[in-house]
Design a protein around this ligand. Sequence first.
Ligand SMILES: O=C(COP(=O)(O)O)NO
Ligand SMILES: [Ca+2]
Ligand code: NA
Ligand SMILES: [Zn+2]
Length: 305
Amino acid sequence: MLVTGLEILRKARAEGYGVGAFNTNNMEFTQAILEAAEEIKSPVILALSEGAMKYGGRALTRMVVALAQEARVPVAVHLDHGSSYESVLKALREGFTSVMIDKSHEDFETNVRETKRVVEAAHAVGVTVEAELGRLAGIEEHVAVDEKDALLTNPEEARIFMERTGADYLAVAIGTSHGAYKGKGRPFIDHPRLARIAELVPAPLVLHGASAVPQELVERFRAAGGEIGEASGIHPEDIKKAISLGIAKINTDTDLRLAFTALVRETLGKNPKEFDPRKYLGPAREAVKEVVKSRMELFGSVGRA
Ligand SMILES: O=C(COP(=O)(O)O)NO
Ligand SMILES: [Ca+2]
Ligand code: NA
Ligand SMILES: [Zn+2]
């Protein structure tokens, strides 16, 4: 059933588990994510970036909202990294039940003002809001404290920000970053900082840039002809610890892309004569479904629907 992001995330934070927010741009990803959620009875968030909205248009948004309504588990349809008030309005018009306004690159007062404006509009139509404070950036552990404070989320600021904006959940910067190159080896995650934020912010917390970029997937992608450098992601233990400290929504995009693309390359490589798209998109869909299920097991959301 189609629910708001807060309905899913409030329960997750209260009961100490995480819920995956998985990016989708097409039918196969959407099917894979929803089938995984229904099979293991997990709530789930379907995330569409502005790029996805542009790429898929109404074919994508109508499909995602309709399938979420019919799903046998709680599903929120979420605008990922909304960059403007107008972009949020478009998502609200499409029937999304969760919207992110990402003004974390602006100064504090601008972020507060813009986020507050989105909260008023979204709450007026029963939709909940994700905001962001801090700059997502992989940082080495030894980085000076003042530089960390300039980049990562400041706990006291977070409390004030949430009180002044009325946002429903907060994306925090604690060392993760988007994409396949999150740092050399095991990225540094500032758990003490997260613990402090969670003490001051009762709202569900969100972890962006949370893909694991597992070596076996990187190897499989390379073996199938893909080219990728020294890739590394967030260690599963760091994800579990972050959830125990208050992270309730975990964003995963890169792992799904790597799995899908590795399988398309593999299937095409093995079957040069094949030109029925279902024959190479189908196996890729299955690979995404497996990644989604393993992420849900890691987050502890299995059986929570
Ligand atoms: O934060 C993400 C995805 O992060 P990854 O690149 O680690 O999958 N989307 O908003
Ligand atoms: Ca941001
Ligand atoms: Na988001
Ligand atoms: Zn993100």
